[in-house]
Design a protein. Sequence first.
Length: 320
Amino acid sequence: MEVPFSSLVFMVSMLGVSVGAQAQNFPEKPLTLVVPYSAGGSTDATARLVAEGMSKKIGQPVIVENKPGAGGGIGALYVKRAPSDGYIMLVTSASHIVNKVMDKSVDYDMQRDFRPVSQLTNLPIVLVVNAKSDFKSVDDLVAFARKNPGKLNYGSAGNGTVQHMSASLLADMASVEMTHIPYKGGAAALTDLLGGQLDFVFSRINEVVGQVKEGNVRPLAVTTNVRSDVLPDVPTMNESLKGYQLPLWFGIAVRADVSDERTAVLSRAVQDALRDKEVSERLIAQGSEPVGSTPQEMAALQASEKVRIEKLLATMNVAR
């Protein structure tokens, strides 16, 4: 039976109303922002600031839930298996791309299984040692490692994380051997550095800047190609190892099958939160650069980062 043209027009128009209403009414209940690292670390701190800002913009609580482990993989798998209604979001970073590039058996793919919402921040990683350490520079650390292969112990937020890559890149470029001790988050590694169980760690700047100012740790270098405004006297890794550069970024994603409309609502909320004066000032004070981007811009960043990481790892010996 043929459907009259007028009826088709009516059905299409009602479909548009339904989709519009879905976006207009979303969200109707609290949302969850999954942090795939331990509570108390820099990712957690950033997520809680953004969640607070998002809550003000969308009129619903955004609850931060920590699911650490596997270099961010446990949290990623949790969100991958969550309902596709957009109420559960994931904090993402370059570590999730690194994990898949390093290990093809990892059961998630950022470009296949997730839809980008927005970039959150850019920030440097800082090479730090205990304040009581004899190492005063990257050159000191490298000189010791060359004379004592495998004797230096360093911690990271987990296998395949950017902190792990940072140390692996240092070892590769300096042609030295060092021992990696993975943790479930950067905060735990930093605690053991303070306790004297580790020789050095690469920490996110917003995770360690307070310890630097209190004199508990000594920063030796930042991984960006320019010095940080927060730690202007700390040299770049490039000043000791020519060509070294490994910055860090964070973003938010949802399952790949979340609708365009709901993704757009979340993206606008993130961007608005990062433009909030209080949120942005607190992030900047921690050493982060607030960004805020569209889903399309975040997708382009992830695609370019995958290419960059694949090229980088191809030249490195990153032992897991």
